[in-house]
Design a protein around this ligand. Sequence first.
Ligand code: PMP
Length: 428
Amino acid sequence: MIYKRSSALFAEAEKVIPGGVNSPVRAFKGVGGTPVFVEEAKGAYLYDADGNRLIDYINSWGPMILGHAHEPVVNAVVEKAKKGTSFGMPTEIETQIAELAVSMVPNIDKIRFVNSGTEACMSAVRLARGFTGKDKIIKFAGCYHGHSDSFLIQAGSGASTFGTPNSPGVTKGTAKDTLLARYNDIENVTELIEANKNEIACIIIEPVAGNMGCIPPKEGFLKSLRDLCDVNDILLVFDEVMTGFRLAKGGAQELYGINADIVCFGKVIGGGLPVGAFAARNEIMNHLAPLGPVYQAGTLSGNPLAMSAGLAMLTELNNDTEAFNRLEEKTAYLHEGIAKVLNDNNIVHTINRVGSMISVHFDEGAVTDFDTAAKGNNDRFKKFFHGMLNAGVYIAPSAFETWFITDALSYEDLDFTIEAVEAVAKTL
Ligand code: PMP
């Protein structure tokens, strides 16, 4: 495929935007080459600046569950835009989407909308600290909760791709309140709690990790975390920015039957517009301003365009009772197909999958935490990535990211993808 115009656009962008991108992973630093500039997208496909058509397995890092430019979502935004784009005043649609979200997600009474997943997680932690009166938090190595200071400690996603999981600019004072645990290692969490008795406000976790590739929680791990939190008066925060409204209507809480105390959402809840949210039971949410002392605010929070996109998408996911089964079936089909052609070609690999989140690691043995994820053969991943791109299939430009399957994919698209994997496997 030709990426002449994308390369030219990237060169222009580099002059005025740091690294040519507004979010680091987009820069292709992890895989080399220049990024693809998108012109438009429809359903399961991206169309780039050179006129190439790519099957999209990123889907804006999750939200395009029903496909790009999905008509009900686009129509809702267009109709709303005609009536004004921002007021900084309450609108009815905020209550409508809040009511719908509260009805879909277990164990929440109230929800507050923000503008990104970063804001959602940052605010959730402030709320946990304000509610418990404690300062420290536990996060897991390789989990990514956005780029606010407390979380840039052994963070996954772009922070891992670029080898800067601990960012300069995060003060020692902030870093000392973030304790790091190993994903899927309950003994490690127990030790941290014992060593910091009565000091931990919350444990924040991606209930299915998506930012070190896809890593499922081991059987019983989330339940053990829940029990530890109950015994030690610690709040359990599920970062469902990727898993919310994707793994099930009620996200990972529903899938695993575990209640979190605070749940964070992002991207998906806005149907692809800049939205995040955090939610909890009344006793916790009532600590937020203006009801309570924990401050949190946003000029554009609850923006009418964003709310209309989110409402259109959640409504469809709520009404289409088969959507999550179809996503599961399509992703399982892809999983089996890719595993077969990689096995047939003797390519050492491990595929992790939960529902419609899937990732291919080029290493043998279980990938269960950041250390095992980091062991993967990155050179092989780079070749794989570029081979797939040349075949017209766009996967995440980093081994530390998950693929997100959209319901807009047809079985022909999946077969095309599996054939592309087969062709690329022969070159690895
Ligand atoms: N939490 C998780 C689990 C994420 O995957 C991300 C972003 N990929 C975030 C938080 C941060 O969201 P945003 O990029 O919208 O700030």
